[in-house]
Design a protein around this ligand. Structure first.
Ligand SMILES: [Cu+2]
Length: 64
């Protein structure tokens, strides 16, 4: 899935986003682009589960 995360501005944000996603699915792969503020996630978890976890972590995400 690909998500737009407006609040993901730096490497620290990427770490938090990655940790949040891997807390939901430890096998998930996360590829972040801070310039575009987008993230590509390979996971078997559902999109709503990932989006809910990210929103709880302070990084609301929109599919695009
Ligand atoms: Cu940051």
């Amino acid at each position: 899935m690909q998500l737009k995360i407006e609040k993901m501005a730096c490497g620290g944000c990427v770490k938090t986003v990655t940790a949040t996603v891997t807390a939901v699915d430890p096998a998930a792969r996360v590829e972040a682009d801070t310039a575009a503020r987008t993230v590509k996630i390979e996971t078997t978890a559902s999109a709503p589960a990932i989006e809910r976890a990210l929103a709880d972590a302070g990084y609301p995400a929109q599919p695009f």
